[in-house]
Design a protein around this ligand. Structure first.
Ligand code: DHB
Ligand code: FE
Length: 288
């Protein structure tokens, strides 16, 4: 599409169908789906989930009409390719809570459906790939990676991704350059990194698909507060997947994905020239 007549804005084309299908494709490509769960555990987990469903039906006298509406909706989530979106919004936060309960280092939170491995590599300091005149407040994000013993970790990896000023993620919403606002940094001898980017906007999960239909039918809202996504890792340490948030965001207290934690709140300061913000956050990695 090169002609002006055919040009569409990201907003026009960033449909749930497009975003959901990309997230489903990405999940199938990137995740190891080998099922080595023993039958006893499959039986236990499946039975208890089903028992919870049965108990809800009895408790609330669920009707055939409601049962059929549920069936139709479940079918549509698959058709829309929205299972990654739906599960990461409504279920992943508890999986993360259980997985990371014993960590002493930095808090984790959900990965969400929009990670893309293999982002462009930088040294300890660099500017994330962005379009000419990328909208948004310029932001410098810097910090240090340390072990739980307080020792700086040189050559650790800080893999960052975030949405743009409209709430759209490269590779998932169409029309954005492949690696926009995504990059991997390697910390210096003192474990430090400095990332130049723009502040992400609050993010509304796509509302035009089946997840949106549920949100509307239940009279919920679809917002996540503005956030940075990170994976921080180093040899002989546990990788942490986390997000960082901005104070004052109206949805810090009612994130649809329930992924905000007080330890993950940033403290951005306006830069001396008043054109942007400077923000510092250190990561502490548990031993492997
Ligand atoms: C979803 C999107 C995100 O950006 C995120 O961080 C978590 C979940 C989602 O749409 O499912
Ligand atoms: Fe996100």
């Amino acid at each position: 599409m090169t002609t002006v007549e055919n040009a569409t804005t990201v907003e026009d084309t960033a449909t749930a169908a497009a975003t959901g299908a990309s997230a489903t494709e990405r999940f199938r490509t990137d995740k190891t789906l080998a099922a080595d769960t023993p039958p006893e555990r499959v039986s236990l987990l499946a039975r208890e989930v089903l028992e919870a469903v049965h108990a809800t039906i009895r408790k609330h006298d669920v009707t055939y009409a409601e049962y059929d509406a549920l069936k139709a909706w479940l079918i549509q989530v698959g058709v829309d390719g929205e299972w990654p979106l739906f599960l990461d919004v409504f279920v992943e936060h508890v999986v993360e809570e259980v997985a990371n309960a014993r960590r002493e280092g930095s808090k984790g939170t959900i990965e969400g459906p929009f990670y893309a491995p293999g982002a462009p590599e930088f040294g300890a300091e660099g500017t994330l790939p962005m379009r000419d005149g990328e909208p948004g407040t310029p932001m410098t994000f810097h910090g240090q990676v340390r072990s739980v013993a307080g020792v700086p970790i040189a050559r650790s990896t800080v893999d960052i991704w975030h949405c743009d000023d409209e709430g759209f993620y490269a590779q998932f919403a169409p029309g954005i350059p492949e690696w926009n606002l995504r990059g991997r940094f390697t910390t210096d001898d003192e474990g430090r990194f400095t990332i130049h980017t723009i502040q992400p906007a609050p993010y509304q999960i796509p509302t035009d698909g089946s997840t949106g239909a549920l949100i509307r039918a239940a009279d919920w809202h679809a917002w996540r507060p503005a956030h940075l996504h990170l994976k921080v890792s180093a040899p002989e340490h546990m990788l942490i997947t986390t997000q960082l948030y901005f104070p004052g965001d109206p949805h810090n207290d009612d994130d649809i994905a329930a992924a905000v934690k007080p330890e993950l709140m940033l403290d951005p300061r306006p830069t001396a020239d008043g054109t942007g913000v400077d923000v510092e956050y250190d990561f502490v990695l548990d031993p492997a």
